[in-house]
Design a protein around this ligand. Sequence first.
Ligand SMILES: [Zn+2]
Length: 171
Amino acid sequence: MIGDKEPESPLGVVVKLERDGVTFFRRANEIAADPRVRQLFERLARDREEGARLIEDAIAKAGVKVPPATGASLYPFEAVAKVECYACGYVATEIPTSCPQCGAARYSFEKEFTAAMVWEIVMSSGTALAHAAQASLAGARGGLKVALESLLKREQALTKEAEGELASAKA
Ligand SMILES: [Zn+2]
């Protein structure tokens, strides 16, 4: 089936969710204040990167053409787009070595993320990823099928972990 009226390819959605995740978690890692949260962002960025490579390699080997997904991103990019000096409210896109307006130190620009916030993002993106991987499995064969199955397992394990973390955060 060729045409520009096709519904969004679930495989394209898988790729986008993995790639957007790498970009989002890397950026969040750069601006987060808490070292433990930074470590978590780093792990999540690495995880999405591995997932992206896994599926991109399988797509390349299978020789299938995947139209890029164009939908809105599931990651809250607006929450990490800007940093703000908590002392004077100066807004910047990158963290300066010190605030150009009030001279406050670098850390005045770092953002606080609660663990619950992070795990909510993992939960929503992981659930969407698992759905898209499952939808892609229907038409997949060989190496692509194997890659999707392994991706699905990874996401299910991660969303399960997120579920547990969210439950204990709320307890
Ligand atoms: Zn300032």
